[in-house]
Ligand binder design. Structure first.
Ligand SMILES: [Cu+2]
Length: 462
């Protein structure tokens, strides 16, 4: 449905819908077209999926911070689509979620977006289409890509920049996964056949070529629908310098990087151990499914070696120990599960309620809010706030400040506090980025004072 701010253009651009603020006379800085795609992840392994511009990941978008950009998204599929600009602080009607009031990209149509990209850093874009139990649409597909916003800041000295994105393929529902003897009524879980880095399986992607002494910047994105990722470069430390596009208060050298679906990190690796190495998932099952890439030093020969890292991770490493500023108001959310039983889908609740039957919180512009998540389940929940960044105020009860993110994995059984300043009026989604949790209940809507409730805010997804 189009409202007065969007209209079908009649000046020679047939089928173009203009989102708020867009103009038909301009030329687009970015053009994406959504279409069916046969993705070859290894010789003779072809995944039928959906992609932007027939490539997975989609084209890298690089735009200047704050400089107005025009983006055209054309939908060549039969289903309605949504392109979401993840991590950007932009208006609700261009952010790319229908529940916030962005129009969908209808089949056969082009939607023109215009906005000023910010904040700077490693952001990304992906479909926000939700298919419930249908695993052939939404984030299970190849509809994702990097969106890098440049403000000219010096990342420090590095000799090469490498983008790495992760994804699993051929999803299917299975019962009996993650089954625990004390939980006989577990529900269906998603499992996958294959996994890729940059759209190819380990051993079938082009090796990353490096030289001894180089400092390489890796921008790493977990673009998966449901899987946590644990990434390591065998025999090397990685220094985390940014997370979700924000410089971290405390840089740290780590052995393995944990990213939940939707999270990004910029890490710098000093190439100081010549050889041919696997950079891949520290989860053996995922690496065997293909989640890795070979890093090859100049003149090094032989098969790629894998050295398992010690799996350790703590978000608190990257924050500051000074407590965060006191909030004006706190919203508490208890995350719980309604077990689906052996043949049904689990449902995921916030304060006992399932999307769209949610309790909508109201925000006042300029106030500082603390979102308190208590995870009463034995599953991790990568919670994502649209259109804003939050500051991690505590993790597992330990105070922190300065670590800015837009997704954080709320691990099983813990409490996490996230602060944000309400500085971007408009309907704002808050949801789990684990697709099967989001699709089955774990989503809420925050509204600023005066915001009308978007029509799609009542939409069921399963
Ligand atoms: Cu979740």
């Amino acid at each position: 449905m189009l409202d007065r701010r969007q209209f079908l253009c009649s000046t020679g651009m047939a089928g173009v819908v203009l989102a708020n603020g867009a103009n038909a006379a301009e030329s687009a800085d970015v053009s994406l077209s959504i279409g069916r795609h046969a993705l070859e992840i290894a010789p003779n392994i072809v995944i039928p999926t959906t992609a932007y511009n027939h490539q997975v990941p989609g084209p890298v978008i690089r735009l200047r911070k704050g400089k107005r950009a025009v983006l055209d998204v054309t939908n060549n599929t039969e289903i309605s689509e949504l392109a979401h600009w993840h991590g950007l602080h932009i208006p609700s009607d261009v952010d790319g979620a229908e529940e916030q009031g962005t129009p969908p990209v209808l089949p056969g149509r082009t939607l023109r977006y215009a906005f000023e990209p910010k904040p700077a850093g490693t952001q990304w874009y992906h479909t926000h289409t939700m298919g419930g139990a249908n695993l052939s649409v939404g984030t299970y597909t190849g509809l994702y890509g990097f969106f890098i916003i440049d403000d000219g800041r010096d990342k420090g000295l590095y000799d090469q920049e490498i983008l790495l994105s992760m994804h699993h393929w051929l999803p299917h529902w299975e019962s009996g996964l993650h089954m625990r003897p004390d939980q006989p009524d577990h529900g269906l879980e998603v499992n996958y056949r294959y996994a890729t880095m940059n759209g190819r399986m380990l051993g079938h992607n082009d090796p990353i070529k490096v030289r001894e002494g180089q400092r390489v910047l890796f921008r790493i994105l977990n673009a998966d629908a449901t899987e946590m990722s644990w990434t390591a470069l065998s025999g090397h430390k990685m220094r985390v310098i940014e997370m979700d596009g924000h410089p971290v208060p405390t840089q740290r050298d780590i052995d393995v990087l944990m990213l939940g679906p939707g999270e990004r990190a910029d890490v710098v690796i000093e190439m100081n151990r010549p050889g041919v190495w696997v950079m891949g998932s520290a989860v053996d099952d995922s690496r065997k499914k293909g989640l890795g890439i070979v890093v090859e030093y100049e003149h090094a020969k032989g098969a790629a070696q894998w050295i398992a890292p010690k799996r350790e991770w703590d978000y608190l490493w990257f924050g500051s120990a000074t407590p965060a500023a006191e909030p004006d108001e706190r919203f508490e959310f208890i995350i719980d599960k309604i077990a689906g039983g052996a043949t049904g889908h689990n449902q995921w609740t916030m304060n006992g309620r399932l999307w769209p039957d949610i309790e909508t919180k109201r925000l006042v512009k300029g106030r500082r809010y603390r979102l308190v998540f208590k995870n009463a389940t034995d599953h991790g929940h990568p919670m994502h706030l649209h259109r804003h960044s939050f500051e991690v105020a505590s993790y597992k009860g330990v105070p922190s400040s300065g670590l800015l993110k837009d997704v954080i994995n709320v691990m099983p059984g813990i409490t996490v506090e996230l602060d944000f300043v309400a500085n971007n009026p408009g309907p704002t989604l808050l949801h789990c980025h684990q697709s099967k949790h989001q699709e089955f209940g774990l989503m809420a809507l925050l509204l600023y004072e005066g915001d009308a409730v978007p029509a799609a805010a009542h939409k069921h997804h399963n």
